[in-house]
Design a protein around this ligand. Sequence first.
Ligand code: GLU
Length: 479
Amino acid sequence: MLAGITRLFVTVLLSAVCLGALTGSVRPDKLEQIRMHGEIVMVTRNSPTTYFEDRSGAAGYEYELAQAFADYLGVSLTVKVADNLNDIFSTLETGEAAFAAAGLTQTPERERWVRFSLPYMQVTEQVVYRRGSLKPEQIADLASGQLVVSSGSSHSEHLRQFQAAHPELTWSESSEFEVSDLLQMVASGSIDYTVIDSNEFEVLQAYFPTLAIAFDLSGSENIGWAFSHSRDDSLHQAANEFFAAQKDSALMAGLSERYYGHLNELDYVGARRFLRQTGKKLDTYKPHFQEAADKNGFDWRLLAAVGYQESHWNPTARSFTGVRGLMMLTRNTARELGIRNRLDAKQSIMGGAQYLSKLRERLAAENVQEPDRTWMALASYNVGYGHLRDARKITELTGGNPDLWMDVKESLPLLSQKRYYRYTRHGYARGQEPVDYVQNIRRYYDVLVWNEEQNHNFIDDGQELQLSSAMVTVIPPLL
Ligand code: GLU
């Protein structure tokens, strides 16, 4: 009996030693611990390019990417939102978060403290100024105004490097402001310049039409996730494997499409006019948009965005082709929908919503999923369902996926080329138009959602942000 127990004990001991020898240690590594816990914690910051709440809950490029990583590991994702960049790094250091996914630039200084994953995006750092003010052309010109950047940012690190060659260079840093706040301060004139990553400017430009890029502060920079610099590299390795596997994947293409795909250059005059009109004029029609949205299962802001794209919310608008009213219905469509007076804003909005809803149902019947279904319904609202179908056919024939807007929008413009349209059922169409149309609507829609849900009305002068000296650290010249 005793011999049996001793044998068992020796066997257990031996297996533990062998396991230890195999894994290097009996203690589970970081990756194993996370798997055992069934949870991974990420730290991020709240911005339109990283993480934010939208109508359907948590969203954002970084958030969705991190969610996919959590799925890959088979664990759930918990999000911690840090107030500023410095907090992101301290959260990482204390181990409260396993990694940081916050649009972080891989810089030499940071690499001394953290480990970066493989990059998944490239950006350029850009100096932003207000149109109509003196445009700085190079670093030396920044002396003519007040420059504020986020403390702890890659922008600040770059400015410090430039100071060696430009000892007169001076600027202020603050951890109180998000990039959108800094842009707002440039727009309102309370500061003169800031620095922003190109991807963030692309997204935020629509809210600040008076701002423009003065010059690039950096070349192409890598954005990646940051991990603490411990000896245990297991999680970092897993993230790199994940990114290597995702290179050129449908996930990455889908994320780029969702967050950056609709960002064309909104023209300056157009964007300004839109922001101006989101006040009083929109208020007039808002109840109609809301009613039509409720009846037809839309977000009212999407319908409002369509109405703006169609007529700039003008109930008596008309085009030379005979479409009329706020939602620009054709005579036939109006008749089919039982709309008696196309020039009545309420009727027009209801008619437009019904029509859009019908288009969406047709696409649902063909198994197109959301949000692609809505984007394609909008494209058909503009160009007609037949042409959209033709474009989906072309997509299929050229090896794309006809159920994805991302692929169909590449085929639509081909409808104006004879070598394509001659083989289609509905023939020629100005196929670029519905693509621009959908992009504009998505852009207007984003602005309306952002204004309302973030409670950030960027044009509300009453809420203008002011910079006080308590909020900034002045970086003096090296002279
Ligand atoms: N990529 C920048 C960084 O890593 C973002 C800074 C910011 O937008 O505040 O510092």
